[in-house]
Structures are given as structure tokens and as C-alpha cells.
Design a protein around this ligand. Sequence first.
Ligand SMILES: O[C@H]1[C@H](O)[C@@H](O)[C@H](O)[C@@H](O)[C@H]1O
Length: 644
Amino acid sequence: MSRKSSDDYNLRSMSNLMGERRKRASDDGERSLIKAPSSASLSSAGPSAASPAPADLERAARKQFQQDVMPGFVYVLAVFSAIGGFLFGYDTGVVSGAMLLLKRDMNVTALWQELLVSGTVAAAAVSALLGAYLNGLFGRRVCILTASFTFAIGAIVLGSAPNKEALLVGRLIVGLGLGIASMTVPVYIAETSPPHLRGRLVTINTLFITAGQFTASVIDGAFSYMQHEGWRYMLGLAVVPALLQFLGFLFLPESPRWLIQKGLTQKARRVLSQIRGNQNIDEEYDTIKSSIEEEEKDCEGGEKIVLHDLILMLTYPPARRALIVGCGLQMFQQLSGINTVMYYSATILQMSGVRDDKLAIWLVTVTAFTNFLFTLLGVWLVERVGRRRLTLGSIFGTVLSLCILSVGFLLSAQHSPPVTLHLTDPTTPNSSCTTHLSCEPCMLDPSCGYCYQENSTAVFASSCVPVNPASTERAAWGKCSNSTHMPDSGIWAYNFCPTSYSWVVLLGLVLYLACFAPGMGPMPWTVNSEIYPLWARSTGNACSAGVNWTFNVLVSLTFLHMAQYLTYYGVFFLYSTLALTGFFFIYGCLPETKGRRLEEIESLFENRLCSCGISDSDEDRQVEYIRVKGSNYHLSDNDASDVE
Ligand SMILES: O[C@H]1[C@H](O)[C@@H](O)[C@H](O)[C@@H](O)[C@H]1O
């Protein structure tokens, strides 16, 4: 179907379209919204059924037309914005591989390692909040430009860092970019997308996060062969996508919603028409404009500050409920342990028998790819099954797979091989390692590792030995190391135990990613981008992104310490209990937002918080809301005229 310019796209073109559709419908029996009535129905039905009102026809035709003509430009916008997601994934993912080389090149201590990893995440948590202010003041486009510029500077500082202090500065700069990008990109995509594609396009951002994590693991694998200075390439290469995004955004437009809010209405019209492929934008423009005018009336106009917005959000029930749902989703995403699984997948793989370091690094690539692949499934599912069902199904599967992981670790612990050689430690005679009687407590003690030999059936000549303070890859003394290939050297197990139940853990890991990635991975970002009214959108997304980053750092930093007290199976069981709580929260509180205009979504939060489960049967109904004197008025409240 050829596309008409906006000037000659009018009712006439719509009736042509309807004619075309009717013809097609009768040609191939297609069920259409504007299907011509059959002669039987014509004779049996009254005149109103036979000839629907012109307004209905017009609305139906417009809807059909808009779904048929899908302007490619929204995809260009989504993909260029999602480079921000790619950098999010790349910069958080690449650091583990870079750290292996940095430990050697710069003698980075454990404290500095923690600073370099979590400094970025902490900076992101703070700058996500700062992003709310910048978004309101300068708009989404300027924020994305700022974030990509910051990423580029951070990558250059990291790639050329002469010492670890400079590395920390680089990682903090990257964190600043991460926070701003993580809260702005989903909002920008949501505000520029048509309602029927919004979920899919915002989910592309999370797809890009996982693509960034996957690319980081490949780059880590490739440069791990370059023993010196390889980390410079790993950390510095992020400059390429950052510059690409920066250059692209110099030519891409501002969000039309932000423009209307700032009173730049002519520009907003132009941008909206450009994004919609020159379709008729009158209805969409009017809806956005009147909703903003209502908001401004309610807020008495004027420039607002973020704190003011936050207080307003907390005192205005629909916005407060949306904030609780948005932050809750982000919190439960992280409490489900995704970043522990991503970060410790090498350990899990080592437990399943992969001894070779290089092979373990490459297998991490497989884990990251699985995460990516199943997020792709989410992109496909989100507009088919909707956000609510997708998230519920995903978290339910996540709970089960966390239980499987926990059982796998429990079986491994119960059948943990014993310590057979109680060697005395020549360097640290009072080491706690000598007191451990089997591999399990030895593994959970961060200062020890398990050294053993094995034949095809059993482990023998095993001991619990202190770890080398300079590298966790070898014992403090003796011939136990990951990298020695001497025939009489022992196998060095740090953070894991040899076990024949590793397949259960591996099964849990694969199932976990398959369940988490399509729903719990992307939906918290997607839902947050659409549930807040425009005046609260930047603040709401900033708060929820801040919650995501804060729980990210909390969960990943506490994993090893918690494992010491609760053991691995205990920690994974705890994650599964937290995820189960998340399931009930989502069941009760997350309404379906699929297919609705951003301006309509506020009305979904007008009911009591967490009453969604009760109205599940309403999910598939199309209910129309109209605005009456500043509040959303549900048509069926008075006259039962729900539109099916
Ligand atoms: O949605 C993303 C995605 O699931 C990533 O894999 C994870 O590392 C992030 O923390 C999360 O926010």
C-alpha cells in the first residue's frame, strides 16, 4: 500500500482504504474490523447494525491504517536510543574479564576491585536521580546526548588510565552516564512509539542491554589472550558505540510529549508527524495536548523541581501507586538474583566440570548469549501476551528454577568430598583452612581453596589450603594452581567443589535464564516507561532506576558474604523466596498496560493498590476512558457502555 503525505491523508483516503479492505476481506474471507456485512446479517439486523456510524468507521479505519503502515522511523529512534542499553550491558559486563588482567598488570587489591566494580553501579544510582532533573529541564534528547558523551569520555579515561586512581575516575564517569541513560532511554522510546508497538520497542532496550553483556563477554574472551594491556581494549572499546549514539542523536528529534509540555507546539507537531510517517496525527496530538493542559491546570503550571514532583507523586494516589509498582518491580528484578547468576556463572560452570580457565571464560559467553536469546523471546511475546502475564509467567518460572539451583547446591554440599590430607601450613600456621574437614566449608571460607586430584570415579589426595593473597587462581603454597599443567599438581578449586550433581545446577542455570530473560529482565523497564503521567514520568523513572541500581549493588556485593553464613543453597533458596514474594506483589499490583495510550494509563491506578488480581477477567476488555473535569471518567461507571 503506498503511503500518502499528511496533506492528502484525509477522510477520503480513509474511505479508499476502507474500500480496499472490504474488497480484500470479501476476496479472501479475512476477518476485519470493517468487514462488509453479509447479506444474511443485512436482512436480519436493523439498519444501525448494517451501517455503523461514520465516526466508528473512521476510528476503525484509522486504527487499521495505523497498524498497517508502520513507519520505519520509530525503529530507527528505538535502535539509536537502545545503544544506551547496549552500553549499560557492555560497561557492567566487561569489568569482570578486565579485572582478571588488571589484577596482574596493576596489582589491584580486593578492596580496589570492589571499588572499581561497585563504584560504577553506585554512581549510576545517584545519577539516575540527577537524570530526573536534567530530563525535565533539557529534555530526553539532550540527556541521551549527555549520557553518550559521558560514556565516550569514561571509555577514553579507562582505556588510557596510567594508574588505579585514574581507573576509578573512569569507572565513576561511566556510572554517571549509565544512570542517566538507564532512566531516559525507556522514557524516550515509550514517548515516541505508537501504543501498539510501545512494549516491543521499549523491550528492545533491554535486548540491547543483554546484547551489550554478550558482546562484553566475547571481547573479554578475545582479549584474555593478550596478557598485558588487554584490559585497555576491553574497557576502551565502549567509545565506539558511545560515539555512534552521540552522532546519531545529533540528527534525531526530541520527544514530542516533552516539546508540547514546554509549549513548543509547532515543533512537536512536526516531530510527531515525522515519527508517524506522515500519517494523520491530529487525534494523537490533541490527546497528548489536552492531557498536558489538564496536568498543568492541576499543578498550577510553572517550572517544577524534582523534589516537588516527588512530593506530589507521594501525595497523589494514582501516581503514588504507580511509583510503588514501578519501584517494586525493579526491586524484585534484582532480588531474583540475576546479577549473581550472571557474575557467578563461571563458578557454576566450573562446578559442572569445566576446569580450563579459558574454556570457562568462553562458556560465560554462552550464558550471556542465552540471556540475550530469551530476551529476544520477550520482545516477541510482549505485544502478544501482554506485560502482566509475561511478567507473572516469568517470575513463576524464576522461582522454580531458583529452587532447582538451590537443590543442586544442596546435593553438592551433602555429597561434598572430604579433606584427606591435613597439611600444615608453612606460611600461616594458624590458618582456618586446616580446620575444615570437607570441601564445602573450605569453599565457603574466602581465605581457603580446595586442592585435589581425581581419577575417573573419585577425588583423592585432597587438602584445604590458603589462597594466594596475590591471586585467587593458585594456592598460597604447594603445587596447586589453575594454570600449572604439571602431572603431579593438584586441581585448585576456589569458590567451588567437585561434585557429580553439577548437572542439576546447570539445569537450574539454563532454566533460570530461560524464565527470567523474557519477562523479569525487560518488563520492569518497559512498565516503568509507561505507567507514570507525563508530569511524573522523569521523576518516577529516576526513582525506579535508582532502586534497580541500589539493589543491584546490594545483591551482588553481599552474595559471597551471605554464602558464608547461609551456604550457596541457602542463598539461592532465599532468592527464590524473595522472587515468590515478588510473584504475589505482581499478581496483586501490576495492571495490564498493553495497547493503551500513555495518557490513559494513569486511570489504571485509580483503584485501591494491589486489587489487580481481582479484576483479572477484565484484562482482555477494551475499556474506554474519557476525561471529565480533570479526572478520568470510566464510561461504564454510569451507563454500562463499555466498548468491546
Ligand atoms: O534488565 C536487565 C537485564 O536483565 C540484565 O541482564 C541485568 O544484568 C540487569 O541488571 C537488568 O536490569
